[in-house]
Design a binder for this molecule. Structure first.
Ligand SMILES: [Zn+2]
Length: 442
């Protein structure tokens, strides 16, 4: 083929062959490979690293200056494959059965391959976008971004001056519901709020009877947290998602989705939907899970104090005080709760680029509908939001309905259909062409 750029699936296979398991990461060789592709194609690049072997790469496809820069970012580190049994070696970049196999194919070297293919193609074809396209290849997303997104945002914010929109991971994959196909585009995410509850009671010698002590309170608190959800909250972004879906799915699913938006009905409908509604539950509530218990030192001493670590994930617009008040409603006021770590995110998404992204996907896959997604976890989007940059999860993949995307991430036999990598590269290329900057006023 007479091409001056590579096919995205071939790029992906090469990226998989660098073992960037984090920890330790060692992203440098993978980043150097990407650097060589870009410089060969005529890009100027900048490598920035907080620690040796933990490089980040930045480059720009120069635009016409008619629009603010648009940021494409993604991470090249991956999670461990230890104790997993794979059908193909996880770092071989095997192509079999129309799929590329290996750690990172979905999360997210597949996305990096799509972005690289799109930007190399634009350069090769001489296409000049309305604004600069900034490409940021990051290290260290999987263990918190200290050497990656946080390092760049804190130490090199000048690299992102004037950028207001970005695309990154967690979005552009299909959700199948009641026989309809939707593409979820992440526009918002939950905020981490880690808490510590302290339970107190009389201590003493374990040879004597004890009722109602700290251990008994622990049992009661754990049961209460297991039995009840925190209160329902309907955010505009979730309303938009559910209304869009409700309008096109057949009965009775249409009414059920609509009823999720009535706070008096929400929990009842979630119970009725069961596993089919599991993805909506964390979008409609702050969520808390008890994860660590500490208490008791000796077999014959009744502890007078037990601490319980609570991992709470708050909806945008809510703060730690709201979460604590909601938890007190369930477990009572006498238990002390304090914040051990919290990371605030933006209160609401900026939706200006959404319609452009939705149109690209709906045209590429006729009959599908794009919906905004609130991610129940957190991503590098929260870090870039500190610079006023709104991230959209947009790594488009037209996966078949029997391909369980979420289950394959971080798991054995992570793989991606070749067709999906090509679909994503084309969609991102479309974005690069259609981005005009007028989205800023939307
Ligand atoms: Zn990822």
């Amino acid at each position: 083929m007479n091409r001056c750029y590579e096919q995205p699936e071939e790029l992906l296979r090469r990226l998989i062959q660098f073992d960037t398991t984090n920890p330790p990461g060692n992203e440098i060789e993978c980043v150097r490979y990407i650097n060589s592709l870009l410089t060969t194609a005529g890009f100027e690049t900048t490598l920035l690293e907080k620690y040796p072997k933990r490089a980040n790469l930045l480059t720009r496809l120069a635009g016409q200056g008619k629009a603010p820069p648009l940021l494409f970012y993604g991470h090249v580190d991956v999670v461990t494959t230890a104790a997993q049994t794979w059908s193909y070696p996880p770092f071989a970049g095997m192509l079999a059965d129309g799929l590329v196999w290996g750690r990172g194919t979905l999360d997210m070297k597949g996305g990096i391959a799509m972005m690289l293919a799109a930007i190399l193609r634009a350069k090769c074809e001489g296409f000049i976008p309305a604004g600069d396209i900034i490409l940021a290849i990051l290290s260290d997303e999987e263990t918190g971004g200290e050497c990656g997104s946080k390092f760049l945002v804190e130490k090199h914010p000048e690299q992102f001056t004037d950028a207001r929109y970005a695309i990154g991971e967690f979005g552009g994959f299909p959700l199948y519901f009641a026989g309809k196909k939707f593409y979820a585009i992440q526009v918002a995410e939950k905020q981490i709020c880690w808490l510590k509850a302290t339970l107190r009671g009389p201590g003493g010698h374990a040879s004597l009877p004890m009722r109602g002590g700290a251990m008994a309170k622990l049992g009661r608190v754990l049961r209460q947290l297991d039995e009840r959800r925190l209160p329902v909250h309907i955010l505009p972004v979730v309303q938009q998602m559910l209304e869009t879906m409700s309008a096109v799915v057949p009965a009775p699913a249409d009414a059920m989705l609509a009823q999720l938006l009535d706070p008096a009905m929400t929990d009842q409908i979630l119970d009725k939907l069961g596993p089919r509604g599991a993805m909506f539950d964390p979008m409609l509530h702050n969520v808390v899970n008890a994860t660590i218990v500490q208490g008791g030192e000796k077999i014959n001493v009744i502890p007078s104090q037990i601490t319980l670590a609570l991992d709470c994930r708050m909806l945008p617009g809510y703060g730690p005080a709201d979460a604590i008040a909601e938890i007190h409603q369930i477990i009572g006021d006498e238990i002390e709760i304090e914040v051990t770590f919290s990371e605030p995110g933006p209160a609401a998404p900026v939706m200006g680029l959404f319609d452009t992204l939705a149109a690209i996907l709906q045209e590429a896959d006729p009959g599908s509908l794009a919906v905004p997604l609130l991610l129940p976890a957190s991503s590098d989007a929260r870090i870039f939001s500190r610079l006023g940059i709104q991230t959209y999860g947009f790594l488009p993949m037209n996966l078949p309905s029997d391909f369980n995307f979420v289950r394959r991430i971080h798991a054995a036999d992570e793989c991606i259909p070749v067709e999906s990598v090509q679909f994503g590269a084309e969609a991102i290329y479309q974005l690069l062409q259609r981005y005009t900057g007028i989205e800023m006023n939307a």
